[in-house]
Design a protein around this ligand. Sequence first.
Ligand code: MN
Length: 239
Amino acid sequence: MTQTPRRLFDIPAPPDLPVAGDDRVFPVRRIFCVGRNYAAHAAEMGNTVDRDAPFYFTKSAHALCLSGSTVAYPPGTSDCHHEMELVVALGASAFAVDTGGAMAAVWGYACGIDLTRRDLQAAAKDKRRPWDTGKDFENAAIVGALTPAGAFGAPGAQAITLDLDGRRVQNARLSEMVWSVPEIVADLSRLYHLQPGDLIFTGTPAGVGPVQPGSRLRGEITGLAPVELEIGPSEQPPG
Ligand code: MN
């Protein structure tokens, strides 16, 4: 007789994502993010776009935060930036698919904010170190309610915007993405066995900038539920 081993402690699961107009929820498995996918944002960061291939970083699913939350200004930074992004949610597996087969794995889309400790990311870039502390921290992946792919249509002319304290600071169209959604899914599927529950942040347009304690963020993409976030007091450790 074997017994299931008793866990020493329980770990809270990442939150499930709501689906707009549906009482079902979407469980999240992994979070992939694309770097430098809008030429104007690459330029504002002093970079050029690599047209040979997209590149990626990841965030833990435990960095996920639901839209409408208030989160503390994160510790360890004095330059925390907003990056408004289209989030692709996968509902089927995909491995080594081509662009023609990639969209079959896409369940839907959401508005997302890739919160970034820009000072830590910049220091890591300078020292050729990984970006983890700049990108993968608690509440760094804020995602709104999902809309099924069929209801949204193909990403293209839709506007992608972010308002910071009521002022529009990011404003572009999804058609400005360097790598399209099918190209990203196909390329990632050559590196990973993509699975249902995987999310892909598809990169941010120009206009990124710092948030402060008390900042209110509202991101919109035409045809999707908005993503909203309020930054609470700082959690800076003393000293
Ligand atoms: Mn980003």
